[in-house]
Design a protein around this ligand. Structure first.
Ligand code: PEP
Ligand code: MG
Length: 762
């Protein structure tokens, strides 16, 4: 069954359009299940009716003619209940509805399953037999599995407008509008610039070429290079290869000939596609063919074809310049990483769209620091066709609009202006102290990592740096920076802010933070080798960093060292041991350094219960709410499917934060918050009400948070905190807090969202 399923899914996915995909599916389902009928009814939301879209077994003339009301007939019943319906005698069921044009009176048994994508009902898949006998359990399970796979295909077709010609879908289906997660506020307009990670076949778009000869030459050169590369590998390992293994190289060599794969690629180039597009097309087709074969030997060959395809693509792309940008652009990609973002020419970077990721991904953190609006988590975005299209990124509402109308463009241009005006307003208070109405001073520090942060933070009168993410400068290099290189960039950071304190976090890699030259490949990276776990295993890397930080602090004496991902006291003790060793070494070398205060991040739930033990060993605590929320709620901070479960107002998160600040007071240890929660004005007010007196946040949010804190009385906010104590629903808590703060006059910055105000217009 599994094999058949795999084959059907592959055929459906490779169909050229939705119509043929549905055709393939009904034929395959009917044959596999030995049924007389297989049909698909899709729900047209604008008409509120099911339409028979494809069938094998019912009268072909009834296709797209027969339709049912939303709760009509057995199909309607399956949809309303959202569960399978398995009947041996369908016509005896009170909901049975007979359509003369289908000829279905002959069929007795009925099995219908709903087609659901991300909780939305899309239609119903039905099989019928003449024999009066219920479908068995395994058949029911098979149909449910097929339906779940089909749901993704239909949803994608709906989103891209592929269902357009079928009089189906919701009212706005013709608008190229995609909903994701707003990860950096603001609105941006520009031309989509699609980033393609090198040598990733699936990201190569089709492009018409005017220079067919040139593309053919490029292809020939790439083939020759791959040929040489393979010959060199074969020669190098010739003695350790068995004859069978050596035969693999012969297979590759054959594929690289004009009579093989390469010949087909050239035919597509001659038909007008550029070399990379032609390569992708042919390789993907061959992979599918091999993968669809029943014999395991041939299925394995799919991997060989893929390997060869990637090698040729790498050669084709080797000379291509990734970033030739000449106009205001929206950077778009399957998964834009922080380093890709930082590499993009900043003068043209207006917005970012990333299919994968969420507001808590590191790329989003960098986008916010740069003040670049960003939307992520758009699984249905047709990325291959976007290059060169005009795009709007609405970071407030988490929306992306492709090829907007002139009116829509005008509306969004006016939002850009409104944003700029608000910023001017906020800027007028940049030199004012951050003191609440009842006279409590809150220290606002900044999170840094990229150079723009530093320039802005200096101007905006911050209390210093609460979190310098040292991994960011490491990411922008091609190897580990030497001790001297590190001394230079740490010194720059310390000198820019001196005498204000700069808290430097030791290297926090792993999870979603990868160094291109030190890949960590794990099944479960967020629970794996991350942060301090990596650096304690690599004292040679850790020691160089510590020594560099200490040397950089000579005569400035504003360094503080912060340790990430601490889960137990042994990690603290081992780290302290190395820090003291580095300190002695550096002193022995003649540097007049002071021992800096040492702190730990509270970002693993286990740390919440060890505040007392930590307080005996270090000087300060810094709460990393990004990871703390992820681990407390067991919600991957990068996974857009579960992004709505990642919630700063979750009662468990709020209780944890209260408990940390209380325990820190009890054990007389300084505590601050450096996660993204501190950058949300409403949450920042709550944190202050809990007792946090020091917040470190992205520079992009600093003025809004200050504006809010300067307008609240913390005694009143403590009452608000008590009120929400009895509430148990994160969304209700959020609405209540935001509503209360808006009532107190903070509406400009709490949920500052022009998109909400203009939603009727667009
Ligand atoms: C955090 O986890 O909250 C934090 C500040 O660290 P990072 O986002 O770099 O993991
Ligand atoms: Mg963290």
């Amino acid at each position: 069954m599994l094999e058949t399923l795999r084959r059907i899914v592959q055929e459906v996915n490779s169909a050229p359009n939705l119509e043929s995909a549905l055709e393939v599916l009904v034929s395959q389902v009917r044959d596999t299940m030995n049924a007389e009928v297989a049909s698909i009814y899709l729900l047209d939301y604008s008409q509120k009716r099911y339409i028979l879209m494809a069938s094998k077994g019912l009268n072909p003339a009834s296709i797209r003619e027969v339709s049912l009301e939303i709760s009509e007939g057995l199909v309607g019943l399956v949809g309303v209940r959202e569960e399978p319906l398995n009947l041996e005698n369908a016509s005896a069921h009170p909901k049975f509805r007979y359509f003369a044009s289908t000829g279905e009176e002959r069929f007795q048994s009925f099995l219908g399953v709903p087609i659901i994508h991300q909780r939305k009902l899309l239609g119903v898949l039905v099989t019928q037999r003449i024999e009066q006998k219920r479908f068995d359990q395994s058949e029911e399970a098979f149909l449910i599995t097929i339906s779940a796979q089909l749901a993704g295909v239909i949803a994608a077709a709906e989103a891209t407008g592929a269902i357009t010609g079928m009089n189906l879908g919701s009212e706005d289906k013709y608008v190229s509008r995609f909903t994701g997660i707003g990860c950096a506020q603001g609105v941006a307009l520009g031309t989509a610039w699609v980033h393609r990670p090198k040598a990733q076949l699936s990201n190569v778009p089709d492009k018409v070429t005017a220079d067919i000869e040139g593309e053919l030459v490029k292809m020939d050169n790439a083939v020759a290079d791959v040929h040489d590369e393979l010959a060199a590998i074969a020669a190098k390992i010739a003695t350790s290869l068995s004859p069978q293994e050596h035969a693999l190289f012969d297979v590759y060599a054959q594929m690289l000939q004009d009579q093989g794969l390469v010949g087909e690629i050239k035919l597509r180039i001659q038909a007008g596609n550029w070399a990379e597009g032609a390569l992708r097309f042919v390789i993907e087709r061959h992979i599918k063919q091999f993968e669809g074969m029943d014999h395991p030997y041939f299925r394995e060959r799919a991997l060989d074809v893929k390997d060869l395809g990637i090698r040729m693509l790498a050669k084709l792309q080797a000379k291509a310049d990734n970033f030739i940008v000449t106009q205001p652009s929206i950077l778009v990609g399957e998964e834009i990483t922080a380093s890709v973002l930082m590499d993009f020419p900043s003068e043209y970077l207006k917005g970012v769209i990333s299919i994968r990721g969420t507001a808590n991904s590191h790329m989003a953190i960098v986008a916010r620091a740069l003040g670049v609006p960003c939307v992520m988590g758009l699984s249905l975005l047709p990325i291959r066709t976007l290059g060169g299209c005009f795009a709007i990124v609405d970071g407030y509402r988490g929306e992306v609009i492709i090829n907007p109308s002139v009116d829509l463009k005008r509306i969004y241009e006016s939002i850009v202006l409104t944003d700029a005006e608000l910023n001017v307003n906020l800027l007028s208070e940049q030199d004012e102290p951050c003191t609440t109405l009842n006279g409590v001073d809150i220290s606002l520090l900044v999170n840094t990592g990229i150079s723009t942060d530093v320039a802005l933070a200096k101007d905006r009168c911050t209390a210093g740096v609460g979190l310098y993410r040292t991994e960011i400068p490491f990411m922008a290099r091609e190897r580990f920076p030497s001790e001297q290189e590190q001394v230079e960039f740490y010194r720059h950071q310390l000198a820019e802010f001196a005498p204000r304190p700069v808290t430097m976090r030791t290297l926090d890699i792993g999870g979603d933070k990868m160094l291109p030259y030190f890949p960590i490949i794990e099944d479960n990276p967020f629970l794996g080798w991350r942060g301090i776990r990596v650096t304690l295993d690599h004292p040679e890397i850790f020691m160089v960093q510590l020594r560099a930080m200490l040397k950089a602090s000579v005569n400035l004496n504003n360094l503080r060292i912060l340790l990430p991902m601490i889960g137990n006291v042994f990690e603290i003790e081992e780290s302290l041991h190395l820090i003291h060793r580095a300190y002695l070494e550096v002193q022995e070398e003649g540097f007049n350094v002071q021992m800096p205060p040492i702190g730990v991040m509270i970002e693993i739930p286990a740390a919440i219960y060890q505040i007392g033990s930590f307080a005996q060993r270090v000087d300060f605590l810094s709460v990393g709410t990004n990871d703390l929320t992820q681990y407390l709620l067991a919600v991957d901070r990068n996974n857009s499917r579960v992004a709505d479960l990642y919630h700063g107002y979750h009662p468990a998160v709020l209780q944890a934060l209260k408990s940390i600040v209380k325990d820190a007071e009890k054990h007389r240890i300084e505590v601050s918050v450096c996660g993204e929660m501190a950058g949300d004005p409403a949450l920042a007010v709550l944190l202050a009400a809990m007792g946090y007196r020091s917040l470190s946040l992205s520079i992009a949010h600093l003025l809004r948070v200050k504006w809010a804190l300067r307008r609240v009385d913390l005694q009143q906010m403590e009452k608000l905190l008590e009120e929400i104590d009895s509430m148990d629903n994160a969304e209700v808590i959020r609405s209540y807090v935001e509503y209360s703060l808006c009532q107190s006059g903070l509406d400009q910055v709490i949920r500052f969202n022009p998109g909400v105000r203009i939603s009727n217009e667009i």
